[in-house]
Ligand binder design. Structure first.
Ligand code: RAT
Ligand code: ZN
Length: 420
């Protein structure tokens, strides 16, 4: 049906973005079979590392050690008191908790943490996964799977993952960022590698990657890179990229995802909450994607300053797919600005958002909040077309939105969407 008025257009776009199922291309969630690697429930929500950092800002009296010695529930109590009772929870990470509790149907006027806890004690992980995926309207979740983590490795070795809603991504940060210490971990796993990358080491790293690709069937290989990531460069990292990651990505036909711009551990006392952001050199991205045009790259960058040049770089390189508003960018004002700019430069050839959820329940807020902004930006873009005399069919809008919320990803992979 052709859309006749701007009011109809706004209503149709908003509703379609709200109801179209999502493929969430980067999370830290796990299928139920991974046991306690899957985090969920109100105490996990409250102890999300984004909220830990915010709590310390209001509590100059609180020592880091004292906080880390508390049990999870005690930490959650302290965070709740500090961020939700002593202050109003309007930061994005706090608002997220409010959205989740509201969407679960809790009475927010009571602000009664014990009541929320009682609910979580009464549900099973399996039922809760079903409930959240349905409420969030997320059809597929891509995990972050780390073969350097002994605990997770054990889960894979005992045949964990069979839930088709949770697909794997092979995460290789230690390989590229900590080779000095991770080479010995490969050796312990039976790969004949040496610290100086001599002899058969690159071939053995390739064997390691291929073994894990065979085991996990990952949709892509991924790494987070520091803001001073350089390419080319005389370093173990770049040798491993050139001699191992790129050839394996090419052979396996899967993308290499680079998440660039992290400054790890600027405040180690904050643990997971202690990482920060720095501007990166877009030239490094340009050089690697144009050198390997037969390899696909998924790229997200952490600093706001890199967003425009990243979009321009994608215009020049069709093997580069930009994704998500990552981590410190996952805030309404920045999502709106970045999404608008990307759609203007790249049309629909972009993945506007991923959730980065670490806790299952967060799917509710991360997607509710992002959908609202993506919908708003799309209403403006289609509205401008309408003003210019272009009339749209409902079917065309539905197609575009399905692409933005998953289709673009699957087409880039060259794979059918298994949930379609
Ligand atoms: O957003 C986050 O939770 C960060 O701690 C990181 O996990 C980041 O998303 C990453 O994947 O490295
Ligand atoms: Zn992440």
């Amino acid at each position: 049906m052709t859309i006749a008025t701007k009011e109809q257009l706004t209503a149709f776009v908003t509703e379609t973005v709200r109801t179209t199922p999502v493929t969430d291309i980067h999370t830290h969630l796990f299928a139920e079979s991974f046991g306690d690697l899957l985090l969920w429930g109100v105490d996990e929500l409250l102890t999300y590392h984004y909220l830990i950092a915010e709590t310390f800002r209001f509590r100059p009296d609180l020592s880091y050690d004292a906080f880390w010695q508390l049990s999870k529930q005690e930490q959650a109590d302290l965070i709740w008191q500090t961020l939700f009772i002593d202050h109003s929870p309007y930061s994005e990470a706090c608002r997220g908790v409010v959205t989740v509790l509201n969407r679960l149907g809790f009475d927010l006027s009571k602000r009664d943490l014990e009541e929320y806890r009682a609910y979580f004690r009464s549900v099973s992980a399996g039922d809760y996964i079903d409930r959240i995926l349905k409420l969030a309207n997320v059809k597929t979740v891509v995990m972050t799977n780390d073969p350097f983590d002994a605990y997770e490795r054990g889960k894979w070795e005992s045949g964990a993952s069979q839930d088709p809603r949770f697909l794997a991504a092979l995460r290789i940060d230690p390989l590229l960022n900590l080779w000095d210490s991770s080479w010995s971990k490969l050796k312990e796993q039976g790969y004949e590698v040496s610290a100086d990358l001599s002899g058969g080491t690159p071939a053995e790293i390739r064997r390691f990657l291929k073994d894990w690709i065979a085991r996990m069937n990952p949709l892509y290989m991924a790494v987070s890179l520091p803001n001073d990531f350089a390419y080319p460069e005389d370093s173990a990292r770049v040798r491993i990229i050139d001699e191992c990651i790129v050839p394996v990505a090419r052979e396996a036909g899967i993308p290499f995802a680079m998440m660039i711009g992290v400054k790890r551990k600027v405040n180690p006392s904050l643990k997971d909450a202690g990482d920060s952001v720095g501007k990166s050199d877009i030239g490094a991205v340009e050089r690697i994607v144009s050198k390997y045009q037969d390899v696909k790259f998924l790229v997200t960058m952490l600093s706001r300053e890199n967003q425009h040049e990243l979009a321009v770089t994608a215009r020049k390189n069709r093997n580069l797919l930009v994704f998500g508003c990552w981590w410190f960018l996952n805030n309404p004002s920045l999502i709106e600005e970045i999404t608008r700019m990307r759609l203007e430069l790249l049309g629909g050839s972009v993945i506007p958002q991923h959730s980065d959820c670490r806790i299952l329940d967060q799917l509710l807020y991360k997607w509710d909040h992002s959908r609202a902004i993506i919908g708003k930006v799309l209403c403006d873009k289609y509205g401008d077309l309408f003003d210019a005399g272009w009339r749209l069919e409902e079917e065309e809008i539905r197609r575009d939105i399905e692409d933005l919320l998953g289709g673009v990803f699957w087409k880039f992979l060259g794979k059918p969407d298994p949930a379609a």
